[in-house]
Write a protein that binds this ligand. Structure first.
Ligand code: HAM
Length: 420
């Protein structure tokens, strides 16, 4: 161990577990790649104002959790706490919305940073794969994204997740509801901080987890009763499309997300095996965000799935992904001449597209075979002086235990023929 440790709330991804993380990222990305989403990558930090305006001045993310700092040059930046504001900023800056092909469909994968109180499933550095469909108001787009996330989770073998669905209304009906909710909340017995929240973000009060608050919330006006006809019709179409696709969901009229930009469709994927940090992913429509950050009207929808929590969900369901071994052939040389010959063979195998590794450090046969076993390789190639004198190496199938002498010149061809 060194003098240093990973900072609080962070952890390292190390082999062999790191392979599962890569596979999860890939599994989430695969349905997106297959559905017209192009890859986007944005910087790990942005102007702090982008998040303050985009995510919302009153959200926990902006007020408590952002890693904000001033550079030596005086720029006020923040490590990105989420991806949506950055991706929209990038799309606008790159004029993707002007290319005449709306919606602009983008996917991304990366690290995000929130100064949260660390616990299982809640980290200060975490990983998301996300998707944003920018510039179209179409319930089929909302449905598409939910269906693709469902497909991604199912492709990993996950079963114990649920989709919670709600509509947060639009700029017509939400203000009316907000006023009604504020009036109701002001009549309750709440602490100072919660009272302040009534003024800034009353919907968040509904999300309060404390039992004494929840008790008082019985009978609070519900947004569903205030939705305008356009929002109701839109939401109904999203629901119908999901049902037609065979994607089950639960209406959750109390679902309020922790980011302020949402309008209409909002959803969360929760996993029942994860305890308090049960949201494995979430998203929704954000029709006003582009204007909030200085762009034109671009109604949009998206989601982000948490890679860390998805891995925990796999563990909770006892799922081990069937990952191919990193190494197919492991070469074990016995003696100097064999080192030269087998090192050349390993290079040749790799160039031919076969994953191969070599016993480094001049180990004896026993130590080298231990490494070969640990590598999970399907074949080992062992050669000593006597083999080389006969122009052969010993090719051993680690699954069947069968061993055969193969001419040095034919090793690559023989291995390849056994792999098909
Ligand atoms: P979010 O709900 O804040 O949404 O984050 C999405 C997912 O990221 C969560 O469901 C969770 O799995 C994971 N996550 C969030 N915070 C942490 C943490 N501290 N530790 C581990 N995992 C975490 C967004 O970020 C929105 N940008 C989603 C979106 C995209 N909406 C529209 N487009």
């Amino acid at each position: 161990m060194s003098t240093f440790q990973a900072p609080k709330g962070t952890y390292d991804l190390l082999p062999p577990d790191s392979a599962t993380y890569l596979a999860v990222r890939e599994a989430i990305a695969a349905p997106l790649r297959n559905s017209g989403y192009g890859y986007v990558e944005t910087p790990g930090f942005e102007n702090v104002e982008l998040f303050a305006r985009g995510v919302g001045e009153s959200t926990d993310i902006v007020t408590k959790e952002m890693y904000a700092f001033e550079t030596k040059g005086g720029d006020k930046l923040a490590l990105r706490p989420e991806g949506t504001a950055s991706v929209l900023r990038a799309a606008l800056e790159g004029n993707l919305h002007k290319a005449g092909n709306l919606p602009v469909k983008l996917w991304y994968s990366g690290s995000y940073y929130r100064y949260e109180r660390p616990q299982k499933g809640r980290y200060r550095h975490f990983s998301q794969v996300g998707a944003e469909a920018i510039g179209a108001e179409d319930p089929a787009l909302d449905a598409e994204l939910i269906i693709l996330a469902d497909q991604a989770y199912r492709s990993l073998g996950l079963k114990e997740f649920r989709i919670l669905l709600n509509s947060l209304g639009d700029k017509e009906c939400r203000p009316v509801y907000r006023a009604a909710l504020q009036e109701f909340l002001r009549g309750l017995d709440l602490d100072e901080e919660t009272r302040r929240r009534i003024d800034i973000n009353p919907l968040r009060v509904l999300d309060d987890k404390r039992a004494d608050v929840q008790k008082q919330l019985v009978g609070a006006p519900m947004l569903a009763d205030y939705l305008c006809d356009a929002c109701k019709a839109y939401h109904e179409q999203v629901r119908e499309l999901l049902t037609a696709a065979g994607v089950g969901y639960e209406d959750d009229p109390k679902l309020v997300r922790g980011l302020d930009y949402y309008t209409r469709t909002t959803f969360e994927f929760v996993h029942d095996g994860l305890g308090s940090q049960s949201a494995v992913g979430g998203g929704g429509r954000y029709d006003g965000l582009s204007e909030m950050i200085g762009g034109p009207a671009l109604p949009s929808v998206g989601w982000a799935l948490g890679v860390d929590r998805t891995v925990l969900a796999l563990e909770a369901e006892g799922i081990t992904l069937d990952l191919p071994a990193a190494t197919t052939v492991f070469a074990v040389p016995l003696g100097e001449e064999a080192r030269r010959v087998l090192f050349a063979k390993v290079t040749e195998l790799r160039r031919a597209g076969v994953a191969a590794d070599f016993s480094y450090g001049g180990k004896g046969l026993k130590g080298a075979m231990k490494n070969a076993n640990r590598s999970g390789a399907r074949f080992t190639v062992v050669a000593g002086e006597r083999d080389l004198a006969e122009g052969v190496v010993q090719l051993k199938d680690m699954e069947s235990g069968e061993q055969e002498a193969v001419a040095v010149d034919e090793v690559v061809a023989v291995v390849k023929s056994k792999l098909v």
